[in-house]
Design a protein around this ligand. Structure first.
Ligand code: ADP
Ligand code: MG
Length: 348
């Protein structure tokens, strides 16, 4: 018999976690690159092989049209299908392929068979989208123990349900392509979702776009070459932009080498400029958060804690903004990009 895992099947990144049999504690099963999270990207090759994760994302970065990402957005939509080498795939089938790859890689990493999983979904997923997720799990050879809401899983990861108190928490999840905000009531018997809202067209990708646009315009100003019409160059700039964004969470300035044709140059970006060019994106998260609080009639003073979830909450401007908006230091102790998978493992 195999073991049980928790799987965060994300729009841009996925993660697998289990309970460590020796320590009894939940932990992420790292992928073969040593990363806790794996890009939710597939790339179909002419020989029938399918790349996933980092390998597929690298192909997408060089503009390979046989690479596909963001298919979680189309879960349960019958009309969505994509074709690669004469075979068409629904979002459920793409998710099944990704889940199977994640499962197999995790099995390799821990040297054990995995037979069942708790898979997480956004709180706003409809019955149809949830069913599609269960089907994807089954197709991947997994016994799907249950489907759990992502914010609920995050609350589990923080162990908030183990406390002998009642709490109302706000779960602020800014991922790669979506923003979700949830209010939950937690006591030792239950984690009850009071309401959730979001903007499913807002995520880390938008911050990458801001940096990529900045890099293109600075490069043009400095070297007199416009790269914005070259799709391959735009893909390459987006990869550089995402890397620069991640570095800016720790460094105040990043220098980015850019080569185009015979021109070899570099463009510098500082955290301050980054915050200025992307400031307009943050306000949306505040509007959505306040809309939710209004709809469930809860004010900041009634909120006991804020949980940050999603890789994009690593950005300094987001942390500062949430602190300012809520008047509270967010809860800490769990990695923002691991919390959902960890919570799912606890549930499993
Ligand atoms: P998903 O939306 O699939 O749930 P995640 O929660 O893993 O994905 O968030 C992915 C996003 O987080 C990506 O846009 C990625 O660039 C961003 N991200 C990851 N690490 C950092 C970091 N150190 N600084 C800023 N953004 C980050
Ligand atoms: Mg997520």
């Amino acid at each position: 018999m195999g073991i049980r895992v928790g799987i965060d099947l994300g729009t841009t990144f996925s993660a697998v976690a289990r309970i460590n049999p020796n320590t009894g504690k939940p932990e992420i099963i790292k992928n073969s690159f040593g990363s806790a999270i794996t890009p939710s990207v597939l790339c179909f090759e002419s020989n029938g092989n399918i790349l996933f994760g980092e390998d597929a994302k690298n192909m997408q970065a060089v503009g390979d049209t046989n690479a596909i990402a963001f298919f979680k957005r189309s879960m349960g939509k019958e009309l969505f299908s994509v074709e690669f080498y004469g075979k068409s795939y629904t979002a459920t089938e793409l998710s099944a392929i990704l889940l199977r790859k994640l499962k197999e890689e995790a099995e390799q990493q821990i040297g054990e068979k995995i037979d069942s999983a708790v898979i997480t979904v956004p709180a706003y997923f409809t019955h149809k989208e949830r069913s599609a997720t269960i089907e994807a799990g089954k197709k991947a050879g997994l016994d799907v123990i249950s489907i759990v809401n992502e914010p609920t899983a995050a609350a589990f990861a923080y162990g908030l349900n183990e406390k002998d108190t009642e709490q109302t928490v706000l779960i602020y999840d800014l991922g790669g392509g979506t923003f979700d905000v949830t209010l939950a009531y937690i006591n030792k018997d239950e984690i009850r979702i009071l309401g959730s809202d979001g903007d499913h067209e807002l995520g880390g990708k938008d911050w990458d776009d801001c940096i990529a646009r900045y890099l293109a315009s600075e490069f043009e100003e400095k070297y007199g070459v416009d790269v914005s019409d070259d799709p391959e160059m735009v893909s390459a700039l987006l990869v550089k932009a995402e890397n620069a964004k991640k570095q800016l969470t720790l460094k105040d300035v990043v220098d980015i080498p850019i080569a185009y044709g015979t021109v070899r140059g570099n463009v510098e970006i500082t955290e301050q400029i980054f915050e200025e060019i992307s400031q307009f994106l943050i306000g949306t998260t505040k509007d959505v958060t306040e809309r939710l609080m209004e709809s469930v009639q809860i004010g900041w003073r009634q909120i006991d804690g804020v949980i940050l979830v999603g890789g994009s909450t690593r950005m300094r401007m987001i942390r500062n903004y949430v602190k300012e908006m809520s008047g509270k230091e967010p809860l800490s102790g769990v990695n923002v990009d691991e919390a959902v998978a960890i919570g799912a493992a606890i549930r499993a």
